[in-house]
Design a protein around this ligand. Structure first.
Ligand code: FES
Length: 112
C-alpha cells in the first residue's frame, strides 16, 4: 500500500466565471501550476475555487494555507512571484496581500 500524499501548502485560486476567473484567476492558476512544475515543487497543492467572499474590484483572489495569506492578483506574473517568493523562499509577497481582509473580517462577512 502506498503512503498518503502530504502537502506543505494549499493554494486556492478563485476562478469564478464572470468575476475573478475572467479578470486574472485563470491566468494566475496556470502560471502557478507552470512555475511549480518548472521548479519541481510537488508538495504544494493548487485548487481552482469558486467565490472566496473577497471579490476584489480589480484582479482575483488567491489564498495560501496554512499561512492564511490573502492575495489580490492582477496578472499571470503575480502568480509566478507568489510561487518564487511565498511558496519557495517563504516570504509573503507583501505588495499583493489584500488590504481589505483578515480572516476575522472574512468570517463576519460570510457568516450572515
Ligand atoms: S468571485 Fe473571486 S472572491 Fe468572489
Amino acid at each position: 500500500m502506498s503512503e498518503a500524499k502530504t502537502y506543505r501548502k494549499h493554494v486556492f485560486v478563485c476562478c469564478t466565471e464572470g468575476c475573478c476567473g475572467a479578470r486574472a484567476g485563470e491566468a494566475v492558476y496556470k502560471a502557478i501550476r507552470a512555475e511549480l512544475s518548472e521548479s519541481k515543487i510537488t508538495d504544494v497543492l493548487v485548487t481552482k475555487t469558486q467565490c472566496l467572499g473577497l471579490c476584489p474590484e480589480v484582479g482575483a483572489t488567491v489564498v495560501v494555507y496554512p499561512d492564511s495569506l490573502w492575495y489580490v492578483v492582477s496578472k499571470a506574473e503575480d502568480g509566478t512571484e507568489i510561487v518564487r517568493e511565498c511558496l519557495i523562499a517563504g516570504r509573503p509577497v507583501t505588495r499583493l496581500i489584500s488590504q481589505e481582509i483578515s480572516l476575522e473580517t472574512h468570517r463576519k462577512a460570510t457568516s450572515s
